[in-house]
Design a protein around this ligand. Sequence first.
Ligand code: NDP
Ligand code: X2W
Length: 340
Amino acid sequence: MTDMINAGIVGASGYTGGELMRLLLNHPNVNIEAATSRRLSGEAVSDTHKHLRGFVDLKFEDLDPEEIKERCDVVFVAVPHGTAMNIVPELIDNDVKVIDLSADYRLKTDIFEQVYGMEHADPRDAVFGLVELHPEIKEESFIANPGCYPTGATLSAAPLADAGLLNMAIFDSKSGITGAGINPTPASHYPNMAENVQAYKLTTHRHRAEIFQELNRLDANLTNVSFTPHVVPSIRGILTTAHLFVNDDLSVEDVRGIYSDFYKNKPFVRVLDDIPSLGAVRGSNFCDIGFEVDANNGRIVVISAIDNLVKGASGQAIQNMNVMCGLDETTGIWTPATSP
Ligand SMILES: NC(=O)C1=CN([C@@H]2O[C@H](COP(=O)(O)OP(=O)(O)OC[C@H]3O[C@@H](n4cnc5c(N)ncnc54)[C@H](OP(=O)(O)O)[C@@H]3O)[C@@H](O)[C@H]2O)C=CC1
Ligand SMILES: CC(=O)N[C@@H](CCC(=O)OP(=O)(O)O)C(=O)O
């Protein structure tokens, strides 16, 4: 691949598409060659993504995969799940590197069929794009970017799962409303959202399967994994409280050692001495992790904080692109959060 990467974004009018452009504008090795939208074709990107005014001179285009592959080396597919599988195959079959932000290719086919109750239209395997857990990404040309909740939850528990110490994991996550995408819904309507906290899909959210798939891959004996999401009146961010029940008597120093070793040389995971907060990761690709040991109950309480649009989506997608293209994984996304 040449020094400059020609990148395309399918679904560029949405939240993750806008965030991809914001971040890629600072990437020294990327030209944004195509930004697609069916609804807004012909309109200036900066009329929709007003924060990009003065930075992009692009217009949205309604392009099919055939046209995109002519212009792009790498394509980010940022469309709703269930629709990416109509776009991805033609790109991959034409030697374009693809990073799919939707849920369509994250689960192994048998788990996908159980979760969605339907056959997969294109049952090919992608690599799950959690760079911290999948070093094989560097050899790959097709990545399924992880879900937003699964990113924070999986990173909070992976070191203990990998060490074979986890008996049971219960994840309680709070997400900002951009996690639900750009189209308004009753849940995102201001009077329902503001000054409110709403739990949903208490036991049935599709992200449980993703978290389970990744932790169970690290420890096949770990079968007891629960996940409950909440939406909170914040624009961005996911804070996860993980209740991790372990089968050994672990001290604070033990746990710190396990996490620090696991995330050694993983620049985007910061293992803290205090409790993470959303403000300290907003706008950045960091996942902050902090913990306390509840010795009486064999429980480690781990908190992880990410920005759902960055480490939970677009930043992580660029991290994947960097690794796939042989660049340092931090290229273009090594920026601090916007505020404490
Ligand atoms: N928001 C988040 O925090 C995260 C989102 N994701 C995933 O990333 C993907 C994009 O999410 P997000 O940006 O929030 O979604 P949005 O709803 O904000 O945007 C999706 C865009 O996709 C386009 N689109 C919709 N349907 C189709 C279709 N059938 N074919 C082609 N384009 C279509 C739309 O553009 P137009 O109508 O203009 O063509 C729309 O702007 C989703 O799969 C989501 O699950 C993953 C992690 C986090
Ligand atoms: C707050 C909110 O509604 N969140 C969304 C997360 C959806 C999402 O972005 O899903 P992926 O990360 O799998 O792509 C939800 O619970 O459906």
